[in-house]
Design a protein around this ligand. Structure first.
Ligand SMILES: *Cc1c(COP(=O)(O)O)cnc(C)c1O
Length: 227
């Protein structure tokens, strides 16, 4: 399946009006497809699996900003720590500690988004409001994290045909996001809200997202909905 350049151009136009960043989600897609968008100027790409990300990054231009958008296991942080641009799905203190450790080892600050559970479905990862507050409080302790920066929130809405349900979930996430944007410390500096995918990015745009993660509209459908 070829890359849909028309879709890319028109989505980009919609996003640029609102100053929203496009993360092109390239999981399962070959490096040729990534290069096709790269040649049109795209630099932010998102991947869900560590090994796939590392293999692709080795083959592709060094100025690509790689976003890790999957569920990151602590024991795999070390493989992406040297180069990852933004980790979207952080949902535990243990994972933050490991990112801190690997950031220190690589002498860099790794930007992270905390994933908040907003969907009605049981299977989604993420923090609830109380867990979010606890994690942020920990990160606010002076000197606790010098190689991690929590730069915002990420969420996935329900996979639903009901736009009101999805809108309500995005609204809730944006409210939380706004609540924390004023709380600035060394390790906590909110400037990014990552919400919206192929099926719901227009709703996310209306609800104030700053970053959308779009795969199938750009690269075509994937073999399985879960991958
Ligand atoms: C796969 C994936 C996307 C992109 O999904 P599309 O529906 O293909 O746009 C976005 N965010 C996350 C976390 C994903 O896993």
């Amino acid at each position: 399946m070829a890359v849909n350049k028309e879709a890319y151009t028109s989505i980009l136009r919609e996003l640029q009006e609102k100053n929203v960043t496009l993360v092109a989600v390239s999981k399962t897609k070959p490096v040729e497809d990534i290069l096709a968008l790269y040649e049109l100027g795209q630099r932010d790409f998102g991947e869900n699996y560590v090994q796939e990300l590392v293999e692709k990054a080795e083959k592709l231009p060094a100025d690509i900003r790689w976003h890790f958008i999957g569920h990151l296991q602590s024991n795999k942080v070390k493989y992406i720590a040297p180069f990852v641009h933004l980790v979207h799905g952080v949902d535990s203190a243990k994972l933050l500690q490991e990112i801190e450790k690997q950031g220190a080892r690589n002498q860099r600050v790794i930007n992270c988004l905390l994933q908040v559970y907003i969907a009605k479905e049981e299977t989604k990862f993420g923090l609830d409001e109380a867990e979010l507050e606890t994690l942020i409080r920990q990160a606010e302790e002076p000197g606790k994290f010098r190689h991690v920066r929590i730069s915002g929130l990420m969420g996935m809405a329900s996979f639903s045909d009901n736009p009101d349900l999805v809108r309500g979930e995005f609204k809730m996430l944006n409210q939380l996001y706004k609540q924390y944007t004023g709380r600035i410390t060394e390790a906590v500096q909110f400037s990014r809200l990552s919400m919206g995918m192929s099926g719901d990015y227009r709703i996310a745009l209306e609800e104030g997202t700053t970053m959308v993660r779009i795969g199938s509209l750009l690269f075509g459908a994937r073999p399985s909905a879960n991958y």
